[in-house]
Design a protein around this ligand. Structure first.
Ligand SMILES: [Zn+2]
Length: 153
């Protein structure tokens, strides 16, 4: 069989543009050495999606080609071909993670509600009350009460 793609030497930046790739990096970062088999298993269990093994292995191959991964034996596995992050790979994943963090932060912030009384940021527990026909968000009912007594004063 011809291994045509092995021959091309061009440097291409690895893109991490979907959850499968991103989560693969998370797994590699959290468990090293790691096997492709384990990655596929976790992708299925954690994300509830069956990823194409070819897609995942190609991604691992390109990470290895860039020097981000190196081969490592995983002794307790039947499929013992494993991978380990190199120092460059460690930097690469850190970089990707911080980019994603910024993105997630922005996404969260656009959805954040603020307590109308004390101004605290509300992430998941929001107490809403309709006051003078307007639905307002509060951190708790005490803040809502304080707000009501304030506007009626
Ligand atoms: Zn409050």
């Amino acid at each position: 069989m011809l291994e045509k793609h092995e021959k091309h030497e061009e440097h291409e930046e690895i893109k991490v543009q979907n959850l499968t790739r991103f989560y693969t990096l998370v797994l590699i970062k959290s468990k090293s050495p790691i096997t492709g088999y384990y990655i596929l298993k976790r992708l299925k269990e954690d994300l509830g999606k069956t990823s194409s093994p070819t897609y995942v292995y190609d991604f691992l191959k390109s990470l290895k080609r860039e020097g981000y991964l190196e081969d490592a034996k995983v002794s307790d596995s039947k499929r013992s071909q494993g991978y380990m992050l190199t120092t460059a790979g460690d930097m690469f994943t850190e970089n990707i993670f911080s980019r994603f963090n910024n993105m997630i932060e922005t996404a969260i912030q656009s959805k954040i509600k603020i307590c109308a009384s004390c101004g605290v940021k509300l992430y998941d527990s929001v107490h809403t009350e309709k006051i003078r026909g307007v639905e307002l968000n509060f951190c708790c009912k005490h803040c809502a009460k304080a707000y009501k007594s304030q506007i009626s004063a």
